[in-house]
Design a protein around this ligand. Sequence first.
Ligand code: HEC
Length: 113
Amino acid sequence: MKKLIAVVGIALMAGAAQAGGNVDAGKALTEKYACFSCHGKDFNTPIDPSYPKLAGQHRDYLEHALTAYKRGDGANGRNNAIMTGQVKPLSNQDIKDVAAYLHSLPTSLATHR
Ligand code: HEC
C-alpha cells in the first residue's frame, strides 16, 4: 500500500511539473520566434510604449492571453493583427513553456501601489 501511494505521488508531481511549463524550453521558443524583437530583450523594454511588458507577468494570465490569440475571433478569443500571427506555430505545451519562462523573469510590473 505504501508503495502504491509513493507511485501515485510521483505521478502527480510529474504531472504538475508539466502543467506548469518548462522554463528552459520556453526561453528557447522565445529565441526561436524572436519575441524579444518587439517585447524587448529582457521582456521589460518593449520597442513601442503601446506594446506590453511581459517579464514577471502572471503565468496563467500569459497562458490565457496566448490561447485567446490562437482562438482569434471565436468565443473567448482575442484578435490582434500582430499577435495572431505570432502564436500560430505555438502548441498548447509551447504556450505553457513560454508562459513559465516569461513569468520567471525579473519584473518591473507593479503588483500594488
Ligand atoms: C512584431 C511585434 C511582436 C512580436 C514579434 C511579438 N509580439 Fe507579443 N505583442 C505585440 C503587441 C503589439 C501586443 C499587444 C496586442 C494587443 O493589443 O492585443 C502583444 C501582446 C502580447 C501578449 C499579451 C500581453 C497582455 O498583457 O495581454 C503576450 C502574452 C505576447 N504578446 C507574447 C508574445 C510572444 C510569446 C511572442 C513570440 C512568440 C511575441 N509576443 C511576439 C507585439 C509582438
